[in-house]
Design a protein around this ligand. Structure first.
Ligand SMILES: Cc1cc2nc3c(=O)[nH]c(=O)nc-3n(C[C@H](O)[C@H](O)[C@H](O)COP(=O)(O)O)c2cc1C
Length: 399
């Protein structure tokens, strides 16, 4: 089974990250003119920390649904990025898991994100694992979750996405298989056929650690067949839905040999991009919240950054510009977002740091990207993508 192999892990996991330059929530002044956002962020986050993480998440979604969010000011044209035939106003996206059922994609776009990935959506509704199933590691600025694809299902999500499909903004959807599905490939095909007319792109999730056996879909023979089926499904709806890009979201826990196979298949089958990556099953030895870290599930947030960014660089050098990559895992500041792009990401996504650092992070990252452009004398963000990948991948991997 593909999973965490303790004998082939990257050395990077053994190194604790440098002390936080600044892990405090970002001040209200970062919101510029948006007082609504500043107030929402400043007063809700401390309260939300007092309740169970999953209840806090539901409350935050309810607040986003109700808040009269102003339209964000237009991004600087130099932050625009083109990938998979889409033009993103800025490269900062909401990672899936935050809005699993497509309740608030437009509110999230109004916060200043360049794109939103809703989901994971499964064809039929399912409850996921029993609660509690989300845990905060406050001292590590990390989260462990074992939600297990709790999804309201296609019939609930499709009308929501259809209702907003004409409103502009890039909204992708992350696709998953039902836990009890006899043919998981067929689940992705069903979702693609139904959702293609109403979304900007698909992310095929073969990397959640919380659905037993799902990561096995990354094994090369199975992955080849699955990729062929999803690309074919997209082709079948092309006439009525256009060429909806198909991206594959992988685990950061693959061995380099497994990554070779996956990239080989992705290139041969001509997928439109890859997303690196999902949460990790690894538990770095230097985590401070050791007791909570023992909870089963996927680890995200700050401790994931080094591993996910190394995997991104490894993917970048193997892809050789055949398609663009989205980098996700542990972005919690301007410099970490810039580092993700320099490791190979054309676009980035984040989730966990929004809990710990707040919504001001979006503006902070945009400022850092502008500074990186200015410092390097670059005209566009594309010029930063992957510049550090060769040096990063030259570092030793095995223990
Ligand atoms: C509570 C929670 C739920 C998540 N649910 C999903 C999901 O449904 N589908 C998915 O592909 N990734 C999911 N993720 C993973 C994130 O999309 C992302 O890949 C990961 O958290 C790393 O990014 P981060 O360190 O910025 O949080 C979830 C993460 C968290 C913390």
């Amino acid at each position: 089974m593909i999973g965490w192999d303790p004998f082939s892990h990257p050395l990077i996991l053994l190194r604790a990250p440098p002390p936080l330059a600044d892990s405090r929530p970002i001040s209200e002044s970062k919101f510029g003119k948006s007082a609504v956002l500043g107030v929402l962020d400043r007063f809700t986050r401390p309260l939300l920390r007092l309740v169970d993480p999953e209840d806090a998440h539901s409350l935050a979604l309810a607040a986003l649904r109700l808040a009269p969010l102003p339209r964000p000011s237009a991004d600087d044209a130099r932050l625009a990025v083109t990938a998979f035939g889409l033009t993103f106003p800025n490269p900062i996206g909401v990672a899936p898991g935050l809005d699993k059922n497509a309740l608030v994609p437009d509110a999230l776009l109004r916060l200043g994100f360049g794109f939103v990935e809703v989901g994971t959506v499964t064809p039929r509704p399912q409850q996921g694992n029993p609660r509690p199933r989300v845990f905060r590691l406050q001292a590590d600025q990390a989260i462990v979750n074992r939600l297990g694809f709790n999804s309201e299902g296609l019939d609930a999500v499709l009308p929501r996405l259809a209702a907003r499909a004409g409103s502009g903004g890039i909204v992708g959807v992350n696709l998953g298989a039902n836990k009890d599905s006899p043919d998981r490939g067929a689940d992705y095909v069903t979702l693609i056929a139904a959702l293609a007319p109403v979304v900007s792109y698909f992310a095929v999730n073969v990397s959640s650690p919380n659905t037993p056996g799902l990561r096995d879909l990354q094994q090369s023979g199975v992955f080849d067949e699955l990729t062929a089926r999803v690309v074919e499904a997209r082709e079948r709806v092309r006439a009525r839905a256009g060429p909806t890009p198909v991206l594959i979201k992988i685990a950061p826990d693959l061995t380099l040999g497994e990554l070779d196979d996956i990239v080989g298949v992705a290139r041969r089958r001509r997928v439109d991009g890859m997303i690196v990556g999902n949460t990790t099953l690894a538990r770095p030895p230097w985590l401070r919240e050791q007791t909570i870290a023992q909870e089963a599930g996927g680890l995200s947030g700050r401790p994931l950054f080094a591993l996910a960014t190394r995997m991104l660089a490894e993917t970048f050098v193997r892809v050789e510009d055949a398609f663009p990559l989205i980098g996700v895992g542990g972005i919690d500041s301007g410099p970490t977002a810039v580092a993700k792009m320099r490791a190979g990401a054309r676009l980035v996504q984040l989730y966990s740091a929004l809990v710990f650092r707040g919504l001001g992070l979006i503006t902070e990252i945009k400022q850092a990207l502008m500074e990186a452009l200015h410092r390097g004398g670059h005209q566009a963000l594309d010029e930063l993508v992957g510049v550090d990948a060769p040096a990063m991948t030259a570092e030793p991997w095995l223990q």
